[in-house]
Design a protein around this ligand. Structure first.
Ligand code: ADP
Ligand code: MG
Length: 423
């Protein structure tokens, strides 16, 4: 095998591997499937890029967002790699046609799961030798409600139609259950699990108890007037984001906006951009906000309602403090809210009609139709079981135990930061 450190130095200019990278790279180069759970900023891209230089053929990387693909291509180009392309809507029809014709000339191809299922794309992929099959943000395969993407659950079917290349699934947050879903959904063969701590020591976590809406709103207003820097407020529903914004505006906050899936695309882009550029200090949002928002200096994340899932929670607070400087995550906890996650799951569950509407809106390889139906059936059964099983309450209890334990350890650091008593 080529000397990995040499390849690392040559293509990336780095002297050493970060935690987990070398082991993951070795597995892939040896032809094994792997699931990599590394923290945000932990260097997941390198885990597929380096083997991409060693293995013959073209690495196919599935990514959920155009912005993420463009980032990766730009990063590769900066490192001198010209043979990288993102097959997305930024390409004109002719550019795409030409790219598909010359597919084997690329070393790295980025695709959304949706374009992976286009007949023409899939046909072109069948004709080339794929060196590696990579799924970024692989938790989208399984997360219902939160970041779940119906098209993600079909990646595995497409993969089986291509030449058998080592498969790498990458994520920063996944429960054991989600990891199992990833493995089975992608039809991975005895993947090696590389799970590294996703603890982010610079984020302090705390829970503040609040009784009733009025109390919660006034605590929220108090918090945002004391906390510094850009912040996010997560709410459990669209109407809540609007309510909290109008309340905070009444109490004097100006550079603030709400963001949820019900807004026009353009409006959403605008808010993201303004937040990233520092024209907004605060965004009240649902879990529609976040993935692909590249902002390093978010100082605090407040949960106005308790999060529905541990992994969603980790991901949401993980958006804070990416620059490594202290950041804080606060949950306003009203015991009454325990009902909310259950309600949300029921509400956010894609029903058959929605799925079919979605399917008819995309151009799709006909052989997928049945498989989609089946996947959907399995999906519904899986979650119906969940809703029925009484371990849900146990789970929420566990979540709160973990959060509260961490809270105790971190309270001191937290107080320093918020300077609670100093004003
Ligand atoms: P992730 O996808 O896990 O969030 P990225 O792959 O985007 O993280 O990497 C985050 C940053 O870490 C990038 O700027 C990358 O160049 C850098 N990086 C990755 N691996 C190493 C390494 N072995 N040594 C130094 N920097 C690295
Ligand atoms: Mg990444």
């Amino acid at each position: 095998m080529e000397n990995l450190s040499g390849v690392l130095k040559k293509h990336f200019g780095f002297d050493s591997f970060r935690e987990g990278q070398k082991e993951i790279v070795e597995d892939l180069v040896n032809g094994r499937d792997a699931i990599a759970m590394l923290p945000t900023g932990g260097g997941k891209s390198l885990c597929y890029q380096l083997p991409g230089y060693i293995l013959k053929g073209t690495a196919v990387i599935i990514s959920p967002l155009v912005a993420l693909m463009e980032d990766q291509v730009a990063q590769l180009k900066m490192n001198g790699e010209k043979r990288a392309i993102a097959l997305n809507s930024f390409l004109s029809f002719d550019e795409k046609k030409s790219a598909l014709f010359h597919l084997s000339e690329y070393r790295f191809i980025f695709l959304s799961p949706e374009s992976l299922m286009h007949e023409r794309v899939l046909d072109a992929l069948k004709r080339i030798h794929i060196s590696l099959f990579v799924v970024d943000e692989a938790h989208c395969i399984s997360q219902w409600g939160h970041d779940f993407r119906p098209d993600y659950s079909l990646i595995g079917h497409a993969r089986r139609k291509l030449n058998k290349a080592p498969c790498l699934a990458m994520t920063a947050t996944a429960t054991e259950e989600v990891l199992k879903d990833i493995q089975s959904s992608l039809y991975m063969t005895e993947p090696i699990l590389h799970v590294y701590s996703v603890n982010r020591p610079n984020i302090s976590i705390m829970v503040k108890e609040a009784r009733g809406l009025e109390d919660k709103l006034s605590q929220l207003s108090e918090l945002v007037s004391r906390l510094e820097g850009p912040g996010l407020i997560y709410c459990a529903g669209r109407q809540w984001t609007e309510k909290t914004v109008s309340y905070l505006k009444e109490t004097g906050r100006k550079r603030i906006a709400f963001y949820h899936g019900g807004l026009e695309n353009e409006q959403r882009m605008l808010i993201q951009q303004q937040f990233i550029n520092g024209q907004l200090d605060l965004v009240c949002c649902t879990n529609a906000f976040g993935m692909g928002v590249n902002k390093n200096d978010i100082r605090y994340v407040i949960h106005f309602h308790m999060p529905a899932r541990m992994d969603a929670y980790m991901q949401e607070i993980g958006r804070a403090g990416r620059d490594g400087l202290p950041a804080i995550a606060i949950t306003l906890y009203d015991p009454e809210d325990v009902q909310l996650p259950l309600f949300m799951i029921e509400k956010e569950f894609p029903v058959r009609d929605e799925l079919q509407a979605y399917l008819s809106s995309i151009e799709i390889d006909p052989s997928f139709k049945l498989e989609i139906e089946e996947t959907h059936e399995r999906f519904i059964l899986h979650h119906a079981e969940k809703l029925k099983s009484k371990d849900w309450n146990e789970k929420t209890d566990q979540i709160w135990k973990i959060i509260q334990e961490r809270q105790q350890n971190k309270t001191e650091k937290l107080w320093n930061m918020v300077k609670w008593y100093s004003t």
